[in-house]
Ligand binder design. Structure first.
Ligand code: NAP
Length: 311
């Protein structure tokens, strides 16, 4: 059964759901495809304290549920599943969900499939996400006041996260798999000057050590000696990069060298008229729920204008 929509929104993080609210209120009856991680990265965090309007904080999953309910209230419909392919060469655009289980057509698309933090993929990591394993210092740093933390990675993100975390933590240990850092000189220098930062270079993370539902350390192997030991920490921040979720596009949109979708100027317009991008899939710089939500609003407004031009 093939159905055609005026606008389809791919992804249900803050960008996609905000786009859904705006598109629904513009009577475009958007169809929203959930994606692999309904609600996006915020569903992986616990308390969100920096989203305006929630002075006593809100749980990440609750915030996403509320945004979803708000979009539904105005007529957005949701489909569980992940978009596995799109065909942007013909109009209406073709959207394939779950490898062909369902096919949809749409006059316009809003791509808000987000980015996924790269993980270490070591034992103990996945089960402790949100309980001592984090990929966002801005989101979770506050919960580690006067605690020991490990930040993993040797790039700008790891330097930035580690430096930021020293506001809260008693000590931050940067763990990197090589003796050379990848980070820019200025970011390295800032971290090196910080007295709360310790360095563990040329060590490979082996496993996350946890007891009674709480992270207690990171086990690492010294690359030179092969000796395995545990660095004590109550939090492990994984900062080894992000990957925009764009595989399903099969290079049909312009992207930068890291795979983030390029948009025109201050708009959400991609290089294909009628296809808009918002949130972390096009933003490698800010990556915040509130900036994603703002860009979702822009995408819906750009999309509405585009559809008007078709009439
Ligand atoms: P990145 O530059 O790709 O660095 C990732 C780091 O993680 C590298 O040091 C890498 O080690 C390490 N790593 C990757 N996979 C690993 C694994 N499986 N196990 C252990 N370590 C692993 O990523 P990023 O730091 O997120 O930066 C991405 C881009 O954003 C860069 O262009 C960066 O300049 C930019 N950025 C800029 C700012 C800023 O200017 N304020 C802040 C953040 C990010 P190797 O070095 O051995 O490969």
């Amino acid at each position: 059964m093939e159905t055609s929509y005026r606008v389809m929104i791919l992804g249900t993080g803050p960008a996609g759901l905000t786009a859904a609210i705006y598109a629904a209120r513009a009577f475009l009856a958007p169809m929203v495809i959930d994606g692999n991680e309904p609600g996006g990265q915020l569903t992986l965090t616990s308390e969100v304290e920096n989203f305006p309007g929630f002075p006593t904080a809100i749980q990440g999953p609750d915030l996403m549920d509320q945004m979803r309910d708000q979009a539904k209230r105005f007529g957005a419909t949701f489909k569980t599943g992940a978009v596995t392919a799109v065909d942007l060469s013909h109009r209406p655009f073709k959207v394939t969900v779950d490898d062909g289980a369902e096919t949809f057509f749409a006059e316009s698309l809003i791509v808000s499939t987000g980015a996924s933090a790269k993980m270490l993929e070591i034992p103990g990591e996945s089960e402790m996400v949100g309980h001592g394993i984090s990929t966002c210092a801005t989101c979770d740093g506050f919960f580690y006041r006067d605690k020991k933390i490990v930040a993993v990675g040797g790039g700008d993100s790891a330097m930035e996260e580690a430096t930021f975390l020293t506001r809260f933590a008693s000590e931050v240990t940067i763990v990197h798999r090589r003796s050379q850092l990848r980070a820019s000189k200025v970011m390295q220098d800032r971290a090196r000057k910080n007295e709360k930062i310790r360095w563990e270079l040329d060590v490979t993370p082996v496993s996350v050590v946890h007891r009674q539902g709480q992270v207690v350390g990171l086990e690492v192997r010294d690359n030179k000696t092969g000796v395995v030991r545990t660095i004590s920490a109550e939090g492990v921040f994984v900062a080894i990069g992000h990957r925009p979720n764009t595989d399903f596009l099969n290079h049909q949109l312009d992207m930068d060298e890291l795979g983030y979708i390029r948009t025109a100027g201050v708009t959400s317009q991609t290089n294909v008229p009628g296809v808009f991008a918002c949130g972390d899939v096009m933003d490698r710089r800010y990556r915040q729920a509130i900036t994603a939500a703002g860009s979702g609003c822009k995408a819906a407004m750009d999309c509405e204008k585009y559809l008007e031009t078709l009439e």
